[in-house]
Design a protein around this ligand. Sequence first.
Ligand SMILES: [Cu+2]
Length: 274
Amino acid sequence: MASNPQYRGSALVPFVFALFLVVLTFATVYIFAARIWWFPPSITALGRAIDAQFMRTLWITGIVFFLAQLALAFVLVRYRDRGGRAHYSHGNNTMEILWTTATAILFVGLGVAAEGAWAAYHSQAPAANPLTVEITGKQFAWTFRYPGPDGQFGRTAPDLVNDAAGNPLGLDLNDPAAQDDIVTPVLGVPVNRDVVALLKTKDVTHDFFVRELRFKQDTVPGMTIRLQFRAEKPGSYEVVCAELCGLGHHRMRTELKVLPPEEFERWLAEQAAF
Ligand SMILES: [Cu+2]
Protein backbone atom coordinates (compact mmCIF):
# COMPACT_ATOMS: atom_id res chain seq x y z
CA MET A 1 0.00 0.00 0.00
CA ALA A 2 1.62 3.19 -1.16
CA SER A 3 1.41 5.92 1.41
CA ASN A 4 1.93 9.57 1.01
CA PRO A 5 2.97 11.33 4.22
CA GLN A 6 1.66 14.56 2.82
CA TYR A 7 -1.97 13.31 3.13
CA ARG A 8 -1.52 11.50 6.44
CA GLY A 9 -4.39 12.04 8.94
CA SER A 10 -3.94 12.97 12.59
CA ALA A 11 -2.69 10.05 14.70
CA LEU A 12 -4.18 11.66 17.81
CA VAL A 13 -7.80 10.79 17.02
CA PRO A 14 -7.36 6.99 16.58
CA PHE A 15 -5.03 6.77 19.60
CA VAL A 16 -7.37 8.72 21.88
CA PHE A 17 -10.39 6.77 20.66
CA ALA A 18 -8.55 3.46 21.13
CA LEU A 19 -7.50 4.48 24.64
CA PHE A 20 -11.09 5.45 25.46
CA LEU A 21 -12.30 2.03 24.26
CA VAL A 22 -9.70 0.18 26.34
CA VAL A 23 -10.57 2.17 29.49
CA LEU A 24 -14.30 1.68 28.87
CA THR A 25 -13.82 -2.06 28.34
CA PHE A 26 -11.83 -2.59 31.54
CA ALA A 27 -14.20 -0.38 33.56
CA THR A 28 -17.20 -2.37 32.33
CA VAL A 29 -15.54 -5.70 33.13
CA TYR A 30 -14.60 -4.37 36.57
CA ILE A 31 -18.21 -3.34 37.37
CA PHE A 32 -19.39 -6.89 36.70
CA ALA A 33 -16.40 -8.68 38.23
CA ALA A 34 -16.58 -6.65 41.46
CA ARG A 35 -20.39 -7.13 41.54
CA ILE A 36 -20.94 -3.46 42.25
CA TRP A 37 -24.65 -3.57 41.39
CA TRP A 38 -25.70 -7.13 41.99
CA PHE A 39 -28.97 -8.86 42.83
CA PRO A 40 -29.80 -10.23 46.29
CA PRO A 41 -29.07 -13.95 46.91
CA SER A 42 -31.69 -16.34 45.60
CA ILE A 43 -33.89 -18.24 48.07
CA THR A 44 -34.96 -21.08 45.75
CA ALA A 45 -33.19 -23.95 44.00
CA LEU A 46 -34.75 -22.77 40.74
CA GLY A 47 -33.35 -19.32 41.41
CA ARG A 48 -29.88 -20.80 41.68
CA ALA A 49 -30.40 -22.59 38.34
CA ILE A 50 -31.41 -19.24 36.82
CA ASP A 51 -28.32 -17.61 38.35
CA ALA A 52 -26.10 -20.35 36.92
CA GLN A 53 -27.59 -19.71 33.48
CA PHE A 54 -27.10 -15.97 33.97
CA MET A 55 -23.42 -16.52 34.81
CA ARG A 56 -22.90 -18.82 31.80
CA THR A 57 -24.40 -16.15 29.56
CA LEU A 58 -22.43 -13.38 31.25
CA TRP A 59 -19.12 -15.25 30.88
CA ILE A 60 -19.65 -15.99 27.19
CA THR A 61 -20.93 -12.54 26.25
CA GLY A 62 -18.31 -10.98 28.55
CA ILE A 63 -15.42 -12.73 26.80
CA VAL A 64 -16.81 -11.84 23.37
CA PHE A 65 -17.33 -8.23 24.48
CA PHE A 66 -13.81 -7.97 25.92
CA LEU A 67 -12.08 -9.42 22.84
CA ALA A 68 -14.26 -7.50 20.36
CA GLN A 69 -13.64 -4.13 22.05
CA LEU A 70 -9.87 -4.68 22.25
CA ALA A 71 -9.82 -5.84 18.62
CA LEU A 72 -11.69 -2.67 17.68
CA ALA A 73 -9.15 -0.52 19.53
CA PHE A 74 -6.32 -2.38 17.79
CA VAL A 75 -7.86 -1.93 14.34
CA LEU A 76 -8.39 1.79 14.97
CA VAL A 77 -4.68 2.28 15.60
CA ARG A 78 -3.32 -0.30 13.15
CA TYR A 79 -5.36 0.94 10.17
CA ARG A 80 -5.31 4.65 10.94
CA ASP A 81 -5.06 7.15 8.13
CA ARG A 82 -1.46 7.00 6.93
CA GLY A 83 -2.17 8.83 3.71
CA GLY A 84 -2.62 5.63 1.66
CA ARG A 85 -5.41 4.86 -0.76
CA ALA A 86 -8.53 3.17 0.55
CA HIS A 87 -8.74 -0.49 -0.37
CA TYR A 88 -12.09 -1.96 -1.36
CA SER A 89 -12.96 -5.35 0.09
CA HIS A 90 -15.64 -7.78 -1.07
CA GLY A 91 -15.59 -9.42 2.35
CA ASN A 92 -14.58 -12.94 3.20
CA ASN A 93 -17.07 -15.79 2.82
CA THR A 94 -15.10 -18.17 5.03
CA MET A 95 -15.08 -15.65 7.88
CA GLU A 96 -18.78 -14.89 7.36
CA ILE A 97 -19.66 -18.58 7.60
CA LEU A 98 -17.39 -19.06 10.62
CA TRP A 99 -18.72 -16.28 12.80
CA THR A 100 -22.34 -16.85 11.83
CA THR A 101 -21.98 -20.53 12.73
CA ALA A 102 -20.17 -19.71 15.99
CA THR A 103 -22.90 -17.22 16.98
CA ALA A 104 -25.67 -19.70 16.09
CA ILE A 105 -24.02 -22.45 18.17
CA LEU A 106 -23.64 -20.08 21.14
CA PHE A 107 -27.23 -18.88 21.02
CA VAL A 108 -28.77 -22.32 20.54
CA GLY A 109 -26.41 -23.80 23.16
CA LEU A 110 -27.37 -21.18 25.75
CA GLY A 111 -31.04 -21.73 24.91
CA VAL A 112 -30.73 -25.48 25.42
CA ALA A 113 -28.81 -24.99 28.68
CA ALA A 114 -31.54 -22.63 29.94
CA GLU A 115 -34.42 -24.89 28.98
CA GLY A 116 -34.38 -26.95 32.19
CA ALA A 117 -34.54 -23.98 34.54
CA TRP A 118 -37.19 -22.19 32.50
CA ALA A 119 -39.39 -25.27 32.07
CA ALA A 120 -39.21 -26.08 35.79
CA TYR A 121 -41.04 -22.87 36.68
CA HIS A 122 -43.92 -23.76 34.39
CA SER A 123 -44.18 -27.50 33.98
CA GLN A 124 -42.53 -29.07 36.99
CA ALA A 125 -44.37 -32.13 38.38
CA PRO A 126 -46.91 -31.09 41.02
CA ALA A 127 -45.62 -31.29 44.57
CA ALA A 128 -47.07 -33.84 46.98
CA ASN A 129 -48.67 -31.28 49.27
CA PRO A 130 -48.48 -27.88 47.62
CA LEU A 131 -49.97 -24.70 48.97
CA THR A 132 -52.14 -23.10 46.32
CA VAL A 133 -52.42 -19.31 46.24
CA GLU A 134 -54.26 -17.18 43.78
CA ILE A 135 -52.43 -13.95 42.97
CA THR A 136 -54.49 -11.18 41.41
CA GLY A 137 -53.12 -7.91 40.11
CA LYS A 138 -55.14 -4.76 39.63
CA GLN A 139 -54.40 -1.07 39.25
CA PHE A 140 -52.58 -0.68 41.70
CA ALA A 141 -52.39 -3.47 44.22
CA TRP A 142 -51.82 -7.19 44.62
CA THR A 143 -54.44 -9.38 46.27
CA PHE A 144 -53.81 -12.94 47.41
CA ARG A 145 -56.38 -15.65 48.03
CA TYR A 146 -56.00 -18.94 49.90
CA PRO A 147 -58.66 -21.65 49.46
CA GLY A 148 -59.15 -22.15 53.21
CA PRO A 149 -59.68 -25.51 55.02
CA ASP A 150 -61.84 -27.02 52.22
CA GLY A 151 -58.99 -26.62 49.71
CA GLN A 152 -61.43 -25.16 47.18
CA PHE A 153 -61.52 -21.66 45.77
CA GLY A 154 -65.06 -20.34 45.90
CA ARG A 155 -66.95 -18.60 43.11
CA THR A 156 -66.13 -15.00 42.24
CA ALA A 157 -68.09 -12.61 40.07
CA PRO A 158 -66.99 -9.26 38.64
CA ASP A 159 -70.24 -7.52 39.70
CA LEU A 160 -69.54 -8.43 43.34
CA VAL A 161 -66.16 -6.66 43.35
CA ASN A 162 -66.35 -3.99 46.04
CA ASP A 163 -63.14 -2.58 47.45
CA ALA A 164 -64.93 -0.36 49.97
CA ALA A 165 -66.78 -3.36 51.40
CA GLY A 166 -63.55 -5.33 51.65
CA ASN A 167 -64.33 -7.65 48.76
CA PRO A 168 -61.64 -6.80 46.19
CA LEU A 169 -61.99 -10.12 44.34
CA GLY A 170 -65.78 -10.23 44.16
CA LEU A 171 -66.10 -13.34 46.32
CA ASP A 172 -69.63 -14.82 46.21
CA LEU A 173 -70.39 -15.61 49.86
CA ASN A 174 -73.50 -17.61 48.87
CA ASP A 175 -71.12 -20.24 47.54
CA PRO A 176 -70.14 -22.55 50.46
CA ALA A 177 -66.66 -23.00 48.96
CA ALA A 178 -66.13 -19.23 49.08
CA GLN A 179 -67.03 -18.81 52.73
CA ASP A 180 -63.68 -20.05 54.06
CA ASP A 181 -61.53 -18.40 51.38
CA ILE A 182 -58.91 -16.11 52.86
CA VAL A 183 -58.09 -12.86 51.04
CA THR A 184 -54.95 -10.93 52.03
CA PRO A 185 -52.94 -7.93 50.84
CA VAL A 186 -49.64 -9.66 51.78
CA LEU A 187 -48.34 -12.97 50.44
CA GLY A 188 -47.49 -15.35 53.28
CA VAL A 189 -45.99 -18.76 52.45
CA PRO A 190 -44.47 -21.52 54.55
CA VAL A 191 -40.75 -22.15 54.16
CA ASN A 192 -39.62 -25.30 52.28
CA ARG A 193 -43.02 -26.12 50.86
CA ASP A 194 -44.00 -26.00 47.20
CA VAL A 195 -46.30 -23.11 46.41
CA VAL A 196 -48.49 -23.25 43.32
CA ALA A 197 -49.31 -19.72 42.25
CA LEU A 198 -52.27 -18.99 39.99
CA LEU A 199 -51.66 -15.58 38.45
CA LYS A 200 -54.53 -13.41 37.26
CA THR A 201 -55.34 -9.78 36.62
CA LYS A 202 -58.57 -7.84 36.96
CA ASP A 203 -57.64 -5.17 34.44
CA VAL A 204 -54.45 -4.60 32.46
CA THR A 205 -51.26 -6.63 32.18
CA HIS A 206 -49.21 -6.57 35.39
CA ASP A 207 -46.08 -8.50 36.28
CA PHE A 208 -45.52 -10.34 39.54
CA PHE A 209 -41.85 -9.95 40.51
CA VAL A 210 -39.91 -11.09 43.57
CA ARG A 211 -36.15 -10.72 43.09
CA GLU A 212 -35.17 -13.35 45.64
CA LEU A 213 -37.38 -15.94 43.94
CA ARG A 214 -35.97 -15.00 40.50
CA PHE A 215 -39.62 -15.04 39.65
CA LYS A 216 -41.10 -12.60 37.19
CA GLN A 217 -44.30 -13.35 35.35
CA ASP A 218 -46.82 -11.25 33.50
CA THR A 219 -50.44 -11.50 34.51
CA VAL A 220 -52.55 -11.47 31.37
CA PRO A 221 -56.22 -10.42 31.16
CA GLY A 222 -58.47 -13.45 30.73
CA MET A 223 -55.76 -15.98 31.60
CA THR A 224 -54.75 -17.95 34.67
CA ILE A 225 -51.02 -18.59 34.62
CA ARG A 226 -49.72 -21.34 36.86
CA LEU A 227 -46.22 -21.22 38.31
CA GLN A 228 -44.58 -22.83 41.27
CA PHE A 229 -41.78 -22.09 43.67
CA ARG A 230 -40.37 -23.26 46.98
CA ALA A 231 -38.82 -20.64 49.25
CA GLU A 232 -35.97 -21.96 51.37
CA LYS A 233 -35.23 -19.04 53.65
CA PRO A 234 -37.62 -17.35 56.10
CA GLY A 235 -37.76 -13.59 55.80
CA SER A 236 -39.55 -10.65 54.29
CA TYR A 237 -39.10 -9.90 50.61
CA GLU A 238 -40.46 -7.21 48.35
CA VAL A 239 -43.16 -7.99 45.80
CA VAL A 240 -43.43 -5.47 42.99
CA CYS A 241 -45.23 -5.03 39.71
CA ALA A 242 -42.64 -5.09 36.94
CA GLU A 243 -44.93 -3.99 34.14
CA LEU A 244 -45.63 -0.30 33.63
CA CYS A 245 -49.37 -0.59 34.21
CA GLY A 246 -50.52 2.97 34.77
CA LEU A 247 -49.93 6.13 36.77
CA GLY A 248 -49.88 4.34 40.14
CA HIS A 249 -47.53 1.59 38.94
CA HIS A 250 -44.75 2.69 41.31
CA ARG A 251 -46.87 2.00 44.38
CA MET A 252 -48.03 -1.44 43.27
CA ARG A 253 -45.91 -3.30 45.77
CA THR A 254 -46.33 -5.46 48.82
CA GLU A 255 -44.52 -8.07 50.86
CA LEU A 256 -43.72 -11.76 50.60
CA LYS A 257 -43.43 -13.27 54.07
CA VAL A 258 -41.67 -16.64 54.15
CA LEU A 259 -42.56 -18.13 57.53
CA PRO A 260 -41.78 -21.31 59.50
CA PRO A 261 -44.77 -23.70 59.07
CA GLU A 262 -46.36 -23.14 62.53
CA GLU A 263 -45.98 -19.39 62.19
CA PHE A 264 -47.53 -19.55 58.74
CA GLU A 265 -50.60 -21.39 60.07
CA ARG A 266 -50.94 -18.79 62.82
CA TRP A 267 -50.58 -15.94 60.32
CA LEU A 268 -53.18 -17.48 57.99
CA ALA A 269 -55.63 -17.94 60.88
CA GLU A 270 -55.15 -14.27 61.80
CA GLN A 271 -55.91 -13.23 58.23
CA ALA A 272 -59.04 -15.41 58.20
CA ALA A 273 -60.30 -13.68 61.34
CA PHE A 274 -60.56 -10.36 59.51
CU1 LIG B 1 -49.03 -3.31 37.79
